[in-house]
Design a protein around this ligand. Structure first.
Ligand SMILES: Cc1cc2nc3c(=O)[nH]c(=O)nc-3n(C[C@H](O)[C@H](O)[C@H](O)COP(=O)(O)O)c2cc1C
Length: 377
C-alpha cells in the first residue's frame, strides 16, 4: 500500500466521521441493563472513589480516550489536544494506527506529540493486522511502542472494515500466532481491540491463550466502520463497496453482549467501547465486569471544537459515573462491579442463546449488613 494512500485515508476517516452520519442503527444493549437503585445508599457522594490501576499506572477514573488518529498535521493537532485532556484528567489514551509512521518515519511526530503533551499517563500504541501479517511483526511493534514511549500496544482487528473497503487488505491468516509472538516478545502489555464489531467468547479465549493482557471489545452500537467506508466508496463511485458498506453497516456483536461474552469467559482486563456515550454507560459496563470505558467519536468531535470542550465533555462523563456509583451505594469500582442489576430484552435473549448463566447477575443483592440500622459507621 503506497504511503501517500495511508495518509490520505486517515484524513478522509476524520472528515467522514466528523461530517457524516456514521452511527450504527443497532443499539449497544445498554438500554437493556438497569442498575438497581439503592434508595438508601448509606454513603456520602463525596467519598466515592473512581481511581483504578492499569498496568502499573493509577487512573483518576476508569476512562480511556480510544485509539483514533495520527499521520497528518491535522491528526497531530488532535492527538496533542486529546493528550493534554488525558493528562489533565488523569485518564488513559491510545493513538491511532501508527502504520503511516512505520511507512514514513517523518510522520512519527504526529504520534509522539501525544506523549510529549501527556508525559505521565498510560498511552497505548496501535497497529493493525496487515502490518503484522507481512514482514517482521516484532520489529514493527517495537518501533511503534518506542515511537511514543508507549505503556502498552493495542493491536486492532478490523476485518469488517477491510472487507468492505476498496483498497482493503483481507489476509488475516496466522494473525493469532503473530499476536502470541508479540505478547511474549514485547516488554509492554499487548492488548487487542476490535473497531466496532465486538469480540466473542471464542475469540476472547483464544486471545487469552495467546497471552494478551486485555481486550477492548469495541462492539456494535457506536461508530460503524462499514458506514464510514460506504461514504468513502460513494465519493469515489465504487458501486460494489457502497453496497457492501450498506449491507454490513450493522454487522457485529453489540457492545453489551460483547462485554458479557468476554467478561464471562476470560480473566482479562476488559475495555468497554463502541457507542459508550456517557458515564452511566461506563457504570453499566463496569457492573457487567469490564474495567474501563472508552470513547472515540464523541471525543474527536469535542476535541475538534477545542481542548476545553473535550475537558467539559469528559468531566460530565466522570460526574455521571460518580452519580451512578452513589445511587448504587458503591464507594469504589470494586463495589460497583458487584452492584445488583437486571438484564432485559434482546441482551437477555443473547445471554440465554449463547449459553451464559443469567444467575451470575440475578444472584446479586445489596448486602444486609450494609443496610443494618445498627451498622457501625
Ligand atoms: C476517526 C476515527 C479513527 C479511528 N482510528 C482507529 C485506529 O487507527 N485504530 C483503532 O484501533 N481504532 C480506531 N478507531 C476505532 C475506535 O477506537 C473505536 O473502537 C470505535 O470508533 C468505536 O467507538 P465509538 O463508538 O466511541 O466511536 C477510530 C475511530 C474513529 C472515530
Amino acid at each position: 500500500m503506497p504511503k501517500v494512500q495511508t495518509t490520505r485515508r486517515k484524513l478522509s476517516h476524520i472528515q467522514t466521521t466528523l461530517h457524516e452520519q456514521v452511527q450504527s442503527h443497532v443499539p449497544t444493549g445498554f438500554e437493556d441493563v438497569r442498575l438497581i437503585h439503592k434508595a438508601l445508599p448509606e454513603i456520602d457522594r463525596q467519598e466515592v472513589d473512581l481511581s483504578t490501576p492499569i498496568f502499573g499506572y493509577k487512573l483518576n477514573a476508569p476512562i480511556v480516550i480510544e485509539s483514533m488518529t495520527g499521520g497528518t498535521p491535522d491528526a497531530a493537532r488532535i492527538n496533542q489536544r486529546l493528550a493534554k485532556v488525558a493528562q489533565k484528567l488523569g485518564i488513559a489514551m491510545g493513538v491511532g494506527s501508527q502504520r503511516a509512521a512505520i511507512e514514513d518515519a517523518s510522520l512519527a511526530y504526529t504520534y509522539r506529540i501525544a506523549r510529549e503533551a501527556a508525559p505521565s499517563i498510560p498511552l497505548f500504541a496501535n497497529l493493525g493486522c496487515p502490518q503484522l501479517v507481512h514482514g517482521d511483526a516484532v520489529d514493527c511493534a517495537k518501533r511503534a511502542v518506542d515511537m511514543i514511549h508507549a505503556s502498552g500496544l493495542f493491536i486492532h482487528l478490523n476485518a469488517l472494515q477491510e472487507s468492505v473497503q476498496y483498497e482493503g487488505e483481507t489476509d488475516f491468516r496466522n494473525m493469532l500466532r503473530r499476536i502470541s509472538e508479540l505478547a511474549s516478545a514485547l516488554s509492554v502489555p499487548v492488548l487487542v481491540k476490535e473497531t466496532g464489531a465486538g469480540v466473542s467468547k471464542e475469540t476472547a479465549q483464544a486471545l487469552e491463550r495467546a497471552k494478551v493482557s486485555g481486550i477492548n471489545v469495541s462492539g456494535l452500537g457506536g461508530t460503524s466502520w462499514a458506514g464510514v467506508e460506504y461514504y468513502r466508496a460513494r465519493a469515489k463511485r465504487y458501486k460494489l463497496q457502497m453496497e457492501l458498506g450498506l449491507t454490513f453497516w450493522d454487522w457485529g456483536t453489540p457492545t453489551v453482549p460483547s462485554i458479557i461474552e468476554v467478561t464471562n469467559s476470560t480473566r482479562l482486563k476488559v475495555f468497554a467501547s463502541g457507542g459508550v456515550r456517557n458515564g452511566l454507560h461506563v457504570a453499566k459496563a463496569i457492573a457487567l465486569g469490564a474495567h474501563y470505558g472508552g470513547f472515540a467519536l464523541p471525543l474527536l468531535k469535542s476535541a475538534s471544537s477545542g481542548e476545553a470542550v473535550a475537558v467539559e465533555r469528559l468531566t460530565t462523563v466522570i460526574e455521571e459515573l460518580k452519580n451512578a456509583m452513589f445511587l448504587t451505594g458503591s464507594r469504589n469500582l470494586e463495589q460497583l462491579r458487584q452492584a445488583p442489576l437486571v438484564i432485559t430484552g434482546s441482551t437477555y435473549q443473547w445471554i440465554i442463546q449463547r449459553g451464559f448463566d443469567p444467575t451470575v447477575y440475578a444472584s446479586r443483592s445489596y448486602s444486609e449488613e450494609d443496610l443494618s440500622p445498627v451498622r457501625a459507621s
